[in-house]
Design a protein. Structure first.
Length: 241
């Protein structure tokens, strides 16, 4: 059973300020928690109903009622288990050579961010650089939307103008007035930049782009969702040579 203090504490981790101060985040659902444990993530505590089948291992588990799980869950339909997990420290910097890196400029929607991480994982991209105003990786909606891909794709938050101005690898920027993606040779090394959902790539980054690329429009839609655009671009970038 949850005490009032535990309940308030878990609910407080829905706020970025508390997650950052505590260096913790929340993961929900049978599949994601199972994967977390399998990957060896440092789990601080697990809150689960008696329906949850506990995997083997030594970790603290508190059995709670379905009503209590509903109070601490951010999901519309809570799924048996919620884990409080330590945020891992990134002890190394991104590597730029011989790989494709994603750069995100001001992505705001948590669902978009999670889907972008999931798409990156699908196409074998294991690192993302995000501007400091991009939505936080450990936002619960981001974590859930990644469907576990956050465990395989590393995300750094940086001043991307400063960072990219020092890079020597080619920088591809997704814009509305660029060269057709079908006309470029898919790069083995480089950076692919995706801009804010409504404003695109900000002006101070435009000058750093070596290759302005676009997805040719056939119909009348004004624009594409950022995650959808990324998926289309990567299907072209990652096509067999």
């Amino acid at each position: 059973m949850l005490s009032k203090n535990e309940l308030k504490y878990i609910q407080s981790l829905c706020h970025k300020k508390q997650r950052t101060a505590e260096r913790l985040f929340i993961v929900e659902g049978v599949k994601l928690v199972q994967e977390l444990i399998s990957e060896g993530y440092p789990v601080k505590n697990i809150y689960a109903t008696d329906q949850w089948v506990m995997p083997e291992g030594n970790y603290p588990v508190t059995i709670i009622s379905e009503q209590e799980l509903e109070k601490i869950s951010s999901l519309q339909t809570p799924n048996q288990v919620l884990a409080i997990v330590q945020q891992p420290e990134l002890t190394y910097e991104p590597q730029w050579d011989h790989k494709l890196t994603l750069v995100l400029d001001g992505i705001q929607d948590p669902g978009n961010m999670g889907t972008i991480i999931r798409i990156a994982d699908w196409f074998g991209i294991d690192q993302i650089i995000a501007s400091e105003d991009t939505v936080e990786l450990y936002n619960p909606k981001v974590i859930q939307s990644t469907m576990g891909s956050f465990m395989r794709v590393k995300v750094w938050y940086r001043d991307i103008v400063s960072l990219l101005s020092k890079q020597k690898v080619p920088i591809y920027g997704a814009v509305l007035d660029g060269q057709s993606m079908y006309e470029i040779q898919p790069p083995r090394t480089g950076i692919l930049m995706i801009g804010n959902e409504s404003k695109g790539i900000r002006e101070d980054l435009q000058s750093l782009i070596n290759h302005r690329i676009t997805i040719p429009r056939i119909g009348q839609a004004e624009s594409l969702n950022a995650a959808v655009a990324l998926g289309i671009l990567l299907s072209q970038f990652k096509r067999p040579h």
